[in-house]
Design a protein around this ligand. Structure first.
Ligand code: ADP
Ligand code: MG
Length: 499
């Protein structure tokens, strides 16, 4: 029966025998892959635990697993582990294969997830916080849906790589195609034909997978990509009532970044329904003031009291300690924020952007939320864009969606951080008009960091001039903007008046 030349007879005799092992090989690959996909998340999240020692240990373990050959790991799990007294476990070849290759590849897959997560814009994390998502929902609804699609090509490649590594398990006795081919070869002294069959199987199975991955990649990228324009707006009226007890109090709030003292003792009251404009030179700390209220920055010292509750501190065993995430989440529930760079969720339609947080964060009824979201979007003039994706809108439209999204949450305090400064000049007007409408008709408190002096003058009850880390001047818009004698304020205003 032995032959040194190619023999079709041998080929066709070996074929069914080798194919018997195909089920094992494919089954093992898929099981290993699923294991690695899931276990990859474990590494990703373990690496995010904010403890230095823990982080170091996890990184070291991952490095160790990656830099030892998978064959050694397979041998260890299959042969050595059962012999360890106390913790020894005997696994089947298949289970050893899943565990050995699965763990090995999960370290690579964990890194792929990590790069996907790091690719998500910082603004998306901040917007999730501003909309008060729970940690779980933040990951499920906002971060992972954006982080994972770009990783699909890489993950797909790993399927093929694992498929090619799976034959290693023939060495521990998994009856895959390689073992079958070897067994046939040993019995008949003919290795060429059965091994050729193994090679062909790999070619036939890997190639279509590679094409499939390419297709998927293209599909993921074509969902958002047209430019649309439109306009038309609507209004609604609401009464406003002003109460006297402040809804937010800053008490001697300081903030440093490293050695740089940015805020040096901020005292500020925000009353319900009050509209406050914050002006001041670039770098004077305007953004930092409102980011601390949104819990995006932690004050270095001092207190911020929201509706009678200390935002950054909580009581524990009769002592005030640093607030935990749960406390922050409870206290910031009435605060909303609109960002300079919109931070819309790109994987959701305009309507979904506005509906997601009320449904998942506030657990409100879906139909009611939908109605309110549509109403808000109509109010900002985007009633005809409900099913569009953010990438299909102009900057001004995006910013109006961001406002609708914040408004649907019905905050008691809305923060606006230079919401027009990332816009083309011709789009600024439409956004200011919406803010003006909100300011005149809604009874929530608003804090606007702005460079639009005339606008501030028009809508603000109170204007703060921030300079060198303190509130250098405050009063009504006309007091501060038109009648102040503060020299630095004068020169600051002078620079703007020229424009
Ligand atoms: P403004 O909004 O008035 O322009 P910011 O509040 O953004 O000012 O910033 C005030 C100062 O704090 C600036 O000098 C800025 O460089 C610094 N700063 C702000 N955020 C950070 C940060 N995350 N790390 C280090 N420095 C920061
Ligand atoms: Mg700023």
């Amino acid at each position: 029966m032995s032959s040194t030349y190619w023999s079709w007879e041998t080929f066709f005799e070996a074929l069914p025998i080798v194919l018997q092992g195909l089920g094992w090989t494919v089954g093992l690959t898929i099981t290993c892959y699923l294991f690695a996909l899931i276990f990859g998340f474990v590494w990703t999240f373990l690496r995010r635990v904010p403890n230095r020692t823990f982080h170091w240990v996890v990184t070291w373990v991952m490095e160790f697993i990656r830099s030892t050959p998978p064959l050694v790991q397979l041998f260890f799990i299959y042969y050595a582990w059962p012999m360890i007294p106390g913790i020894g476990v005997t696994l089947s070849p298949f289970a050893s294969g899943v565990l050995g290759l699965g763990i090995h590849f999960s370290t690579y897959i964990g890194e792929i997830y990590r790069s996907g997560i790091e690719g998500v814009d910082k603004g998306q994390w901040e917007a999730s916080r501003a909309l008060n998502y729970s940690t779980l929902d933040k990951w499920r609804k906002i971060i992972l849906p954006q982080a994972l699609p770009p990783t699909i090509p890489m993950l797909g490649n790993y399927f093929i790589i694992m498929f090619k590594e799976v034959p290693l398990t023939s060495t521990i006795g998994v009856s895959g195609i390689l073992l079958m081919a070897n067994t046939y070869g040993a019995q008949n002294w003919a290795y060429l034909e059965p091994l050729t069959i193994v090679g062909m199987i790999f070619l036939v199975l890997s190639y279509p997978s590679a094409i499939l991955i390419k297709k998927l990649e293209v599909k993921m990228n074509t969902r958002f990509d047209k430019k649309v324009k439109s306009d038309g707006r609507k209004r609604e009226k609401r009464s406003s009532d002003v109460m006297s007890e402040p809804i937010v109090k800053y008490r001697d709030v300081h903030k440093s970044f490293g050695d740089t003292k940015v805020l040096k003792g901020i005292n500020l009251d925000i009353h319900p329904a009050e509209k406050i404009a914050v002006i001041g030179p670039s770098g004077s700390g305007k953004t930092t003031i409102i980011r601390m209220l949104m819990t995006l920055e932690e004050p270095t010292s001092g207190d911020i009291i929201v509706d009678g509750t200390n935002l950054w501190k909580m009581e524990k065993n009769d002592k005030m300690v640093k607030a935990n995430e749960k406390h922050l989440r409870e206290v910031r529930g009435d605060i909303g924020m609109v960002f300079q760079h919109f931070n819309l969720f790109p994987h959701m339609t305009i309507l979904e952007n506005c509906m997601s947080a009320p449904i998942h964060v506030k657990k409100e009824n879906k139909n009611e939320v939908r109605e309110r979201a549509i109403q808000m979007l109509e109010r900002v003039g985007l009633g005809d864009k409900l099913e569009n994706y953010p990438s299909q809108l102009s900057g001004g439209q995006k910013q109006r969606v961001a406002m609708a999204r914040a408004l649907v949450m019905r905050p008691k305090i809305m923060l606006f951080d230079e919401v027009t400064s990332a816009l083309d000049p011709e789009l600024v007007g439409e956004v200011l008009e919406v803010i003006r409408d909100i300011a005149k008709n809604d009874d929530m408190a608003m804090v606007l960091v702005t460079h639009e002096m005339d606008f501030a003058l028009d809508i603000a009850d109170k204007v703060l001039f921030l300079d060198e880390g303190v509130i250098a001047e405050q009063g009504t818009a006309s007091e501060v903007i038109e009648h102040s004698s503060n020299e630095r304020l004068q020169s600051f205003l002078h620079r703007f008046r020229k424009v």
